[in-house]
Design a protein around this ligand. Sequence first.
Ligand SMILES: NC(=O)c1ccc[n+]([C@@H]2O[C@H](COP(=O)([O-])OP(=O)(O)OC[C@H]3O[C@@H](n4cnc5c(N)ncnc54)[C@H](OP(=O)(O)O)[C@@H]3O)[C@@H](O)[C@H]2O)c1
Length: 312
Amino acid sequence: MRIFLTGATGYVGSAVLDALVRAGHDVTALVRDNEKARRVAARGGHPAIGNLADIESYRGAADAQDGYVHTAFDYVSGRGPAVERAALEMMISSANRPRTAGPRATESRFVIYTSGTWILGRTPEPAFEDAPVNPIALASFRPEHERLVLDAAGPRLRTAVVRPGVVYGAGAGMVGDIFKAAANGLVRVIGDGNNHWPAVYDRDLADLYARVAARDDASGIFHANDEGDERVNDIVEAVAGHLPVRPDVRNVPLDEARAKMGAYADALSLDQIVRSHRARALGWTPTLHSIAGNAARLLHEWRGAREEVRTS
Ligand SMILES: NC(=O)c1ccc[n+]([C@@H]2O[C@H](COP(=O)([O-])OP(=O)(O)OC[C@H]3O[C@@H](n4cnc5c(N)ncnc54)[C@H](OP(=O)(O)O)[C@@H]3O)[C@@H](O)[C@H]2O)c1
């Protein structure tokens, strides 16, 4: 299939690009500059240079695709939610545009939106895909964007929302930050650390996107986590045990953390038990089920990623 992908140079999107290319799709990826275009081409994608915030810069590249996968997010400009909404509207309208010619003119198309489990808020009891939403501040825009995508479904358009948990692997993200802090000798844990993170390995997450893209019956909301139900303390303890020098661990009260890092503190201290039954019903089986249980391997990945950045 011909698939338009946003965010292909990001943490989630680069794994998704690899999975889609591996599955044999023809992936056009939005990138911001030539250097990123080279990186995407080296991974087997077709780069299209543009900016998510400037719809006209990529409207042409997004035209006449069979599927649209949105994993980009603009964290920097302060206009992330507005930029995302406009991008989603454009992709939905491109997906709905009638095609006049070609063998695929009458086939259905799909749009996959990347949301996240923070939309659920605190959920110490297992939350399934039909659980009511109660977003933390950082995810306050998500319900509206999920609805926009889900409500766009029609006879010729299949739409899906993927809600990843905390992504791990490749040395990045919140778990990569723990590796970095631990290697530097001090890990700050927000709150008492007994909160659970609903985690997912980056390559397993990407495999779910490839499944949702390929399955005509895959629509609606898909949670994506390994169901390991690990506490932050378990993760930190496992990482600490694999380092030559044990780091110090300091528990930072939530109020103090909020004063320093704002709403992100609430995300780090969120207690979430999440279930991914709809993804599993597609045959999705995560290959990794635990951060703590794979700490040595993940530490190795983190060191590899750090080395790659240092030498590039
Ligand atoms: N990481 C997680 O643990 C996690 C968990 C749940 C949900 N999510 C969600 O998944 C999505 C992606 O997260 P991520 O961790 O992959 O973030 P990321 O690593 O920062 O990647 C963001 C991507 O968006 C692209 N982008 C940003 N602004 C753009 C613009 N104006 N024009 C074109 N491209 C732009 C970036 O391109 P550049 O390379 O040019 O910067 C990059 O490819 C977000 O919605 C996030 O909330 C992430």
